[in-house]
Ligand binder design. Sequence first.
Ligand code: DO4
Ligand code: MG
Length: 275
Amino acid sequence: MKLYRTSNGPYIEDDGKYYHVAEPSWDALVTHDDLSGYLLSIVKTGEPAEDFFSAKILAPIGNQEVWAAGVTYYRSRSARMEEAKTAGGGDFYDRVYAAERPELFFKSTPNRVVGPGEDVRIRKDARWSVPEPELTLLINHRGQIIGTTAGNDMSSRDIEGENPLYLPQAKVYVGSCALGPCVLIGSEPLSASTPINLEIAREGRTEFSGTTTLAELKRAPATLVEYLFRDNSFPAGTFLMTGTGIVPPDSFTLASRDRIRITIDPIGTLENKVA
Ligand code: DO4
Ligand code: MG
């Protein structure tokens, strides 16, 4: 089942049919005692609603924070070591990749998040910008994973590489995070063979494409969640991006009007243009 947040309220999709969800508050859904059971009862007893197709699909977020894990794929570790080399930062990316404690950082407040079809942004003071396609967990206030979505952790690699203490500036700015198109409901981890695909198109042509699978993700999602909830509380729940395993070559930087498509098969495609 896929849960959508739209301009007409929430809808649940099952087997190609869309059903209107009576509970309009996204936060109430995320913190529901039994979200999956509630949505299943709508699918079993409700009438499919055609008005889903006239609605605008919005980012699947209410008052949730967005957090992110970093250096969870070997490819990310290597890229980070390279970009931070001259700043003397190469070593600790390797150390965090190998360490028991993961890198977790604050990524976004809801107002900085864009949904499918909306524009993401690159910083005006950055010279080297990339999208980071990431499996993103939706976690309720009790620390339970209730679903997954696709996420784009937009990043300024030159700012991050200049000094690791600049990470919040490289990562947190208006339009730096995209989520969607829906939340695939379920607490079971997706299979290790699940592919994550990234395609960046410029003036109608593919400028970069890459793929990875969840088999390359070094840390179990449940372990990342356990660390995130240590001595922390999230009354409205939270998103957790699980890191990128796809890094374009160092010669690549995003440009205005590039189209970014992130596909995680059981979830769908998150598409955004660079403003
Ligand atoms: O350590 C910097 C951030 C890395 C990151 O965002 C990622 O690996 O996805
Ligand atoms: Mg990332």
